[in-house]
Structure formats: structure tokens, C-alpha cells
Design a protein around this ligand. Structure first.
Ligand SMILES: Nc1ncnc2c1ncn2[C@@H]1O[C@H](COP(=O)(O)OP(=O)(O)OP(=O)(O)O)[C@@H](O)[C@H]1O
Ligand SMILES: [Mg+2]
Length: 328
């Protein structure tokens, strides 16, 4: 089963620039969580902190009983082997073909034979739809293909924690849906804990069990998907609908005067962006029929049942209206 990740009061600055402070959240073991937030709010920095690539000044990150903020380099090295990471830019080695890129973690961290490595690499390349592209260099393929190659590489060690940074960037809408389905199928098969950073509203609404959002240097919320998807917080509504009206601006801080100006433009008939009025819950994607049952579903329901009374009324109503919730 996947591993729980517990983050307590984490704060990160670069020099005098505070990125976020007092971030606390638990990624429940084996569940799929997503982190949303406008550009520049520190989502990628957060992922890098979780694997110990960047060091926050304060707080704890508990992974499998070890606080990686205080552990030894050797312990951190061992903990890192539990992770599969898809970085925002794919982070492939430009001089290696896709085969060698995907094989890299296996050669680095295991003693598997080349025959065994070939079997795994080909299986993972096929899983992400890149069969036949193993001899290509990263510079010879499209951005979306690089992204999928990065995902194949993140999966080769059968990780217990999978971090993905904007899997949809560079992918067309159809491939984004395929990759969304792939995440849930992988979750059903290996029961790994997922954290997906995304700007993609369709993905955020249909994939994760839990959703959080970073805004103005804080974790605005984190919890079962129903909490954020039914939230009436202006920042959440604006983000989910991709509108200009609301607290998020082109640069992050939008002042009152700017908000009033934009509202006046919208009132006068100027299009504020966004294509339709998205609100409420749509059903979550399920693992493809024939896949193992996604154990996270049952565990999440048990967990949500215990915290139900503490959730906002709209989230409670949405959870109770879900037939799947009533069945288990
Ligand atoms: N190594 C670094 N040194 C200094 N500042 C950094 C470093 N990495 C990130 N930052 C700063 O931290 C802030 C958050 O960056 P981050 O890449 O985490 O944003 P993000 O939420 O992932 O944005 P996007 O949605 O555009 O990917 C930015 O202001 C960025 O300039
Ligand atoms: Mg980022």
C-alpha cells in the first residue's frame, strides 16, 4: 500500500521572498490528491520540498516514520527510492534516447539484468503510449511525448509515492483525459499515494480523491474533493471557472481598485473569460473495468465518514448524495 505523507507547519522562503508558510496537510496513504493554485504560488517548490530537493526553513515532512527535514543524507537517499517524480519540464537527459532515459533509475538503483530492464522499460513506454519511440532523443519528440516519457521513467521503480507536476501541460485534451485515466488505473494497480499539481480543471474535478489549493502564501484548503468543489470561496470559484473577476490577478496581488474596475467592465458587458459556469460536483473517474478495485475508494469513504461532521455543510450534502458513498 502507498505511504502516508504528513506535512506539518512547513514554511519556505528564498532570501527575503516568502513562498508559503505554515502549510500542514496529510496525503492519505494510497489516495490520489491534487494541488491547485495560480502560477507562482509555489506548487513546484512544494513538490521539490517533499523529496528533499529544496529545504524549507521550518516544519516537518513525515514519510514512513522519518522526518526528512531532520534525517541523515543516507536516510533521505533511501526514502527517495520510494518516490516516482514527473517534473514540470519532464527533466529528461537530452543526450540519451527514451529507452536509456526510462531505464536510468533501474540501472542506478537496482541490480536487474538488461533483459529484465528491457521488459520493464518497454512495458512502461507502452503504458504511456510511446511504443516504438524508444530510440528517439528528447529533442526529436513533441512536448507532450516528453511529458509521457517522463511519466514512464517515474513509474519504473514501482514507487509508493508518485508526484506529478502539471501532467497536462503540453498535452491535448484527449491525451489529458487518457493520462487522467492512467493515473487512476495505476493507483488501482499499485495503490501508490499520488500528489498531482495541475491547472487543469477537468483533471482536478474528475481525478483526485482530495484537493488542496495554494493562494497568497497559504494552503487555502485541503481535504476531500467535495470540499473544494462545492466551496464558495471567491478564489476557488474564480480558479475553477478561469474568470478574470475575482481575487486572482495577472500578478498575484490584485487590489480593490483593480477588482472594482474589472467588475465594472463585466457589468457593462465585457467578457470576463471562462466558457461556462462550472459549479458543483461531477462524478469521479473510476479505474478502467478489468482493473483491480481501487482500494483507495473504500479507505477514503471510511476516513470521510469519520470526519464528515467537521466538513462544511455543502460538502457534507454532496458526499451524502453520492450513491457510491451510500453503497459501501
Ligand atoms: N531555486 C529557486 N530559487 C529562487 N526562487 C525560486 C526557486 N525556485 C522557485 N523560486 C520562486 O518560487 C516561486 C514559486 O515557484 P514555483 O515554480 O513553485 O511556482 P508554481 O506554483 O509551480 O508556478 P507554475 O504554476 O507557473 O508552475 C516563484 O516566485 C519562483 O521564482
Ligand atoms: Mg510549477
Amino acid at each position: 500500500m502507498g505511504i502516508e505523507v504528513v506535512v506539518e507547519n512547513l514554511s519556505k522562503s528564498f532570501g527575503s521572498q516568502n513562498i508559503w508558510r505554515n502549510v500542514s496537510l496529510t496525503l492519505p496513504a494510497g489516495e490520489v490528491s491534487a494541488l491547485l493554485g495560480p502560477s507562482g504560488t509555489g506548487k513546484s517548490v512544494f513538490l521539490k520540498a517533499l523529496i528533499g530537493l529544496l529545504r524549507p526553513e521550518r516544519g516537518s515532512i513525515w514519510i514512513d516514520g522519518t522526518d526528512i527535514m531532520t534525517c541523515t543524507p543516507k536516510e533521505l537517499y533511501e526514502i527517495r527510492k520510494m518516490f516516482g517524480v514527473l517534473f514540470q519540464d519532464g527533466a529528461l537527459f537530452g543526450s540519451m534516447d527514451l529507452y536509456d532515459n526510462v531505464a536510468f533509475p533501474l540501472r542506478e538503483h537496482t541490480k536487474k539484468s538488461e533483459a529484465e530492464i528491457r521488459r520493464i522499460v518497454m512495458e512502461k513506454l507502452e503504458l504511456v503510449g510511446l511504443q516504438g519511440a524508444d530510440g528517439k532523443l528528447p529533442g526529436e519528440i513533441s512536448g507532450g511525448m516528453r511529458k509521457r516519457a517522463g511519466l514512464a521513467r517515474a513509474l519504473v521503480l514501482d514507487p509508493q509515492i508518485i508526484l506529478v507536476d502539471e501532467p497536462d501541460s503540453g498535452l491535448d485534451p484527449v491525451r489529458t483525459t487518457y493520462i487522467s485515466q492512467l493515473f487512476l488505473d495505476i493507483n488501482a494497480q499499485i495503490d501508490a499515494t499520488f500528489l498531482i499539481v495541475t491547472h487543469n480543471i477537468n483533471l482536478a474535478r474528475t481525478v483526485p480523491d482530495n484537493i488542496g489549493m495554494l493562494f497568497r502564501r497559504e494552503l487555502t484548503m485541503f481535504g476531500p474533493r467535495e470540499v473544494l468543489l462545492t466551496s464558495e470561496e471567491p478564489v476557488v470559484e474564480q480558479f475553477l471557472n478561469g474568470r478574470m473577476i475575482g481575487p486572482i490577478g495577472m500578478s498575484e496581488e490584485k487590489d480593490e481598485a483593480q477588482m472594482a474596475h474589472e467588475q465594472a467592465l463585466a457589468d457593462a458587458g465585457h467578457h470576463a473569460g471562462g466558457v461556462d459556469n462550472i459549479e458543483g460536483i461531477v462524478p469521479q473517474l473510476q479505474a478502467t473495468p478489468g482493473m483491480p478495485f481501487r482500494q483507495a475508494v473504500r479507505r477514503r469513504q471510511e476516513r470521510v465518514r469519520t470526519i464528515l461532521p467537521s466538513l462544511p455543510a455543502r460538502a457534507q450534502a454532496a458526499i451524502l448524495a453520492d450513491d457510491a458513498f451510500a453503497q459501501l
